[in-house]
Design a protein around this ligand. Structure first.
Ligand code: ATP
Ligand code: ZN
Length: 211
């Protein structure tokens, strides 16, 4: 019996996810282009996936657990348990507008066109603030949308803000603060739960040692 964990195949969370497992004393050989691998000293099978697909795999129980940004868990609206925040992949989902936009508050987004890769989260944010706007879902390079006349505002992930600045945008609202989380399937078998507890115990020890 093995615990199946899904982690990002490549991208911002990949290295830190592998590093966390290593710090937990788990040896995995992550050959490039591999879809899955096994740990040599822990009953763990590792799947390498696109981060967007991870919540679905966990909801379906194809993976028992996974490491993914909380932003992705919320956007995908999948039924998963968030069991631990992991302290890396920190970012925020922010509204940004062109520097020349005289922005005084959320109400200024009324009747605008907002480009984003996070339509679900943006829609909830707008509803919460009683603002009606047109959401344009685009999958990448969201920050260029205002410059090419596609949108009046954007909602995108930000860590330093330099990408926004380089595109003549200013950050005006924080919609969500996010970091990588450990998510788990809702109906784990007792054996899988035990393995998860064992892993979680090690993760918490690693986190404690860093504080
Ligand atoms: P994939 O190919 O797996 O779909 P991706 O391009 O969607 O990758 P990445 O850019 O690698 O995703 O980001 C993965 C996660 O890293 C984000 O969902 C977010 O939780 C986190 N993250 C941390 N900082 C940033 C940032 N500055 N910009 C984007 N994502 C960030
Ligand atoms: Zn992605």
């Amino acid at each position: 019996m093995k615990l199946k964990i899904a982690i990002q195949k490549s991208g911002r969370l990949h290295d830190d996810s592998i590093k966390l497992l290593k710090e937990c004393g788990i040896d995995i050989n992550n050959g490039v282009n591999k879809l899955k691998t096994e740990a040599s000293n822990f009953p763990l099978e590792v799947f390498f996936l696109r981060d967007d697909d991870i919540p679905q795999y966990i909801e379906d129980g194809v993976a028992d657990i996974g490491i993914v940004g909380e932003n992705v868990v919320l956007e995908k609206k999948k039924q998963v348990n968030i069991v631990e925040k992991l302290g890396f992949g920190k970012c925020r989902l922010s509204m940004a507008v062109p520097k020349s936009f005289e922005y005084n508050g959320v109400q200024d987004l009324q009747n605008t066109r907002i480009a984003t890769s996070y339509p679900v989260i943006v829609d909830e944010f707008l509803k919460r603030h009683n603002v009606t706007a047109e959401i344009h879902e685009i999958s990448g390079s969201v920050e260029i949308a205002p410059g090419i006349g596609l949108a009046d505002a954007i909602c995108d992930l930000v860590s330093s803000g330099s990408t926004l600045f380089m595109n003549g945008l200013k950050e005006v609202e924080t919609v969500l603060k996010s970091e990588a989380v450990l998510a788990a399937y809702h109906h784990l078998q007792p054996e899988q739960s035990k393995l998860l507890d064992k892993l979680l115990f090690r993760i918490q020890a690693v986190k404690k040692a860093k504080n």
